[in-house]
Design a protein. Structure first.
Length: 265
């Protein structure tokens, strides 16, 4: 029975892996196929023409750069704001602290489309529409609450004596954060950065509304490629490029993610 149970788990894992990997493999293969007739390249033949077209397209290159800008800015802002806020929730008690924490979580689960219109009106008035910086700031509205929630749990798991010892040794609050707290909760920071990155990289509702004429991210650039004669090879090549940062992010924080999920649960 034990052998059959093990074999069943292996078969299930193989089926799930195939379900996930087959579409991905098809996407990668199609990205190297010329799906429209071109001079000197037969339709359906393997070629690098799709990636060459991306390099020769200012719009597509700019969309990739826009996404990188607002994702990096968003993650940096969320960690910069979320870490001290989470420390305050974990270490200090004040009137309405639990209620405020609950309000932050409610704000996080609010559908983005509900806030899209007032955000668009506000950003149009201050000139932040069609700007990747504007998208990054809007994403912070949704990512900072989850950042605080994740980091608060990790900080709360660190004994208070850890702080007191550092302060007795003469460390300031900033020095304590940089030299002691951040290394101690590195898995939590990795998990937080991962979730903030994923939300910003794949989000399309706010990007569609706030980038009507410029500053479009890679998700909107891919959407714009669909038309009467869609070049599916070009779409797949842009999709592959969109996957690369996410895979790189998972690779660099993989150890922190594994430890972080174990500690958080």
């Amino acid at each position: 029975m034990r052998s059959l149970s093990s074999g069943g788990r292996i078969a299930l894992f193989a089926l799930v892996s195939a379900f996930i990997m087959v579409p991905l493999a098809q996407t990668i293969i199609t990205s190297f196929v010329s799906t429209l007739p071109r001079t000197g390249i037969a339709e359906g033949h393997f070629s690098l023409v799709n990636y060459q077209n991306i390099l020769h397209s200012p719009v597509l290159k700019q969309s990739i750069l826009n996404s990188i800008i607002y994702v990096v800015l968003n993650v940096a802002l969320c960690l910069g704001v979320g870490l001290p806020a989470a420390y305050a929730f974990a270490r200090y008690s004040f009137v309405g602290d639990r209620q405020l924490f609950f309000v932050l979580l409610v704000l996080r689960i609010t559908p983005t489309v509900v806030l899209s219109l007032p955000i668009f009106v506000l950003f149009a008035q201050i000139g932040l529409e069609n700007n990747p910086v504007g998208i990054a700031l809007v994403h912070c509205v949704f990512n900072i609450p989850i950042s605080i929630w994740i980091l608060e749990g990790f900080i709360a798991s660190v004994p208070r004596e850890f702080d007191e010892t550092a302060f007795l040794d003469g460390h300031s609050l900033v020095s304590f954060f940089v030299r002691h707290l951040i290394p101690a909760i590195a898995p939590g920071i990795g998990v937080t950065a991962f979730f903030c990155f994923i939300f910003s990289w794949v989000e399309v509702v706010l990007a569609r509304i706030l980038t009507t004429t410029g500053g479009k991210p890679i998700t909107m650039a891919i959407n714009a490629l669909f038309g009467f004669r869609t070049d599916f090879g070009l779409v797949m090549s842009m999709t592959v490029i969109a996957l690369v940062p996410g895979i790189a992010m998972i690779y660099f924080v993989r150890n922190h993610l594994a430890k972080g999920f174990v500690i958080r649960t």
